[in-house]
Design a protein. Structure first.
Ligand SMILES: C[S@@+](CC[C@H](N)C(=O)[O-])C[C@H]1O[C@@H](n2cnc3c(N)ncnc32)[C@H](O)[C@@H]1O
Length: 385
């Protein structure tokens, strides 16, 4: 979880926007609207929750955000804990945000405004299907004097053709899937069911992320294969998990914590799977390098590395000796000028990434330093073609 310093950023922001946890909605509504006003609000909310038609979700959020005070009170009751935890987590991964950020289903924008305040160099587009939520979000933005967010009343499924460095989907995907219960299905069957349910959303979302950008998802953990299904679908779309976190929170008058999963998936610019090349490469170049113990996700990356190396460009090979096991590869990315691959491995870790070409000089410097450190090592530059 976040450090003390990071927590302060969150706490001072939440104090500024007056979000504090409350567990007695009846009391705060009565204090604000009087006993009859509170009763009317409860009755109106119940009537909306009873609806079964397709507009139900939109009606609910339009109601919750029907005026500024009510929106903030409901947020304090329903969301204070998750907002605090989410802001702390997002703060801890702030370096993974790019210059352009899209927040889909931003609600009244409390989290978007937090991000915009800690990331002043980024510009944000935040959309919500509820017009009322967007009105409140604009009010919060102007109270905070933020100039780097555009709030827009829109269904996110209608956004197309544009890409963003970072896309956020916080507590919104489940509302856009008809998640039938599948708890009693066998694991593999359940996974397939969930994949079908999330498929359209994740197609859309992965299209909205620019190459090398990040998709950040946070949703209720349903204690089943939902998160796994999302991750499988993302991997099939060349998106790779880089962060995963459980967020636990207790809202309103709940007796138990809810668990949320939050993760970051990075969009790599290539398709996967060239098993044959992988095995050729691994047998030639990784023999004796201690290549055992790759996780599956690394193996997929490896396949891409091999393909890139085999098809185009060069790899610089630093042979592994008994004394020193440091090793770097820098490869051009196949058919792409804007990315390169850096693979780094030593006895205790391996790291493989696809990086923007601008970072290549830095990687080459690293490689040169490694070479200097081990004068005895033979250096071989292999022209793959
Ligand atoms: C539970 S709230 C989450 C708000 C905010 N992201 C957060 O985590 O605090 C879900 C929001 O998603 C919005 N929403 C649901 N489906 C949407 C869609 N297809 N396009 C845009 N907004 C949507 C709802 O109007 C609601 O404001």
């Amino acid at each position: 979880m976040a450090s003390g310093k990071k927590k302060n950023v969150v706490t001072s922001y939440l104090n500024k926007v007056n979000i504090k946890k409350t567990s007695n909605l009846g009391q705060i509504l009565t204090d604000t609207y009087g006993a009859e006003g509170a009763r009317n609000l409860f009755a109106a909310f119940d009537a909306i929750e009873m609806k079964k038609d397709i507009d139900h979700v939109n009606d609910r959020y339009d109601f919750i955000h029907s005026d500024f005070d009510f929106s903030m009170l409901m947020t304090c009751f329903q969301d204070a804990d998750i907002i605090r935890n989410t802001c702390a987590w997002l703060n801890s991964i702030r370096k993974q945000f790019g210059k352009t950020v899209l927040d889909i289903g931003c609600g009244n924008g409390i989290i978007t405004c937090f991000l915009a305040s800690i990331l002043p160099e980024s510009t944000f587009l935040a959309v919500d299907a509820s017009a009322n939520a967007i009105t409140i979000a604009k009010e919060i933005r102007s109270r905070l004097g933020l100039e780097n967010i555009v709030f827009m009343n829109s269904d996110y499924t209608k956004l197309a053709g544009k890409q963003f460095d970072t896309v956020l989907a916080l507590r919104v995907l489940d509302e856009n899937c008809s998640l039938e219960k599948c708890r009693f299905q066998a694991f593999s069957e359940q996974l397939e069911t969930r994949k079908k349910q999330y498929n359209t959303q994740l197609n859309l979302l992965s299209d909205l992320v620019a190459p090398a950008g990040n998709l950040i998802i946070m949703d209720m953990d349903k204690n089943d294969t939902s998160s796994l299904a999302m991750l499988d679908l993302l991997r099939e779309r060349s998106m790779v998990l880089t962060k995963f976190q459980f967020l636990s929170c207790r809202e309103g008058d709940m007796k138990y914590d809810d668990l949320y999963t939050a993760f970051v998936a990075e969009k790599t610019p290539a398709p996967v799977t060239y098993a044959r090349l992988f095995s050729q490469w691994s047998s030639i170049y990784f023999a004796g390098a201690g290549n055992e113990g790759y996780k599956d996700s690394e193996a997929d990356f490896m396949l891409e590395l091999c393909e890139a190396g085999a098809r185009k460009g060069y790899a610089t090979f630093h042979p592994v000796t008994k004394e020193k096991t440091g090793m770097f590869f820098i490869c051009d990315y196949k058919d792409r000028e804007d990315f390169f691959i850096l693979y780094q491995k030593n006895q205790s870790f391996s790291r493989l990434g696809i990086y923007p070409i601008a970072q290549k000089p830095e990687a080459e410097k690293l490689l040169a330093e490694d070479r200097q450190q081990d004068e005895a090592a033979r250096f071989v530059t292999i022209d793959i073609n």
